[in-house]
Design a protein around this ligand. Sequence first.
Ligand SMILES: Cc1cc2nc3c(=O)[nH]c(=O)nc-3n(C[C@H](O)[C@H](O)[C@H](O)COP(=O)(O)O)c2cc1C
Length: 358
Amino acid sequence: MSSALTDLFPYPIVQAPMAGGVSVPQLAAAVSEAGGLGFLAAGYKTADGMYQEIKQLRGLTSRPFGVNVFMPQSEYAESGAVEVYAHQLAGEAAWYETELGDPDSGRDDGYDAKLAVLLDNPVPVVSFHFGVPSREVFDNLRRVGTRTLVTATTAEEARAVERAGADAVIAQGVEAGGHQGTHRDLPENDGAGIGLLSLVAQIREAVSIPVVAAGGIMRGSQIAAVLAAGASAAQLGTAFLATPESGAQDVHKQALTNPLFARTELTRAFSGRPARGLVNRFLREHGPYAPAAYPEIHHLTAPLRKAAGKAGDAQGMALWAGQGHRLARELPAGELVEVLAAELDAARTALSAKGGLR
Ligand SMILES: Cc1cc2nc3c(=O)[nH]c(=O)nc-3n(C[C@H](O)[C@H](O)[C@H](O)COP(=O)(O)O)c2cc1C
């Protein structure tokens, strides 16, 4: 990145924030120590839980890192849709011998409290998912020395990110594992997701702030490709999910390369918002009729996911993964950063030897 953001870390490699206990401080520390940018995920945590993780991470590394925050949700589900889905999940609750969660357990994910903590205890980088904060938020973070990023899934969203005053935009392709950071989840846009290389080119021409590319990147050669397309860095989630430092459950890690889970799909089955995961029984059965109702469905299915995880039942868990999951390597996170950097270097050398990009 030409701006000061990539000057913070030597390699153009960002470890994606992964909520749900995946991007724990040990993972972020290992990545930052190796020369990438490690990230904590504040999503689904309390403001204090986020603060405790920041303190823990600071104890593990003095290198720069990021914290990711979810935007509050303003889109409401069609009336009755959540109740109907709850009815459809009754058999799951009986199977896992648990109650369904309360869909009204909060819509803002403690946004204001988290921002207050991040202004009182500034961190090097903050990124936002599921929408764009107000200009005031960017001004305040800039004042305390924090660089900011926001996810975009279209050129229009990237323009909104730039207009609001962010330092950089994350171009998240449809290949990406986990939730699409679409600003407004509109069912009429289902199927309109844009592939990463196309998206990077579109966003590159739409805005002048630096672009970080995310979605399906598992090898250094792919990082070379997105850099050549105009990105300043690459953000990888699934690749780091498989590392020993990641907090993902072992069944989730193993499923990434298990031939039983041959493909991924975008689904609202677990949370009510489109997210990409390995196709398993729960996704197959409930994905087709799950309503657009985030975060209500996230809260509703929480006990089911927890029970499936406790039972080690990969068929009932949210196995978030990007389209590149088969290429996952079980390397320690720091080593993975080194390997990716070496692959990137080799790809660039090969390209320039052929008279291509330098
Ligand atoms: C398990 C998992 C959890 C994720 N959680 C978050 C999150 O909390 N915040 C966020 O901005 N992105 C989240 N993402 C999306 C990533 O930021 C990124 O877009 C994605 O991992 C890139 O695609 P890849 O997984 O194919 O590398 C998550 C992805 C995964 C796989």
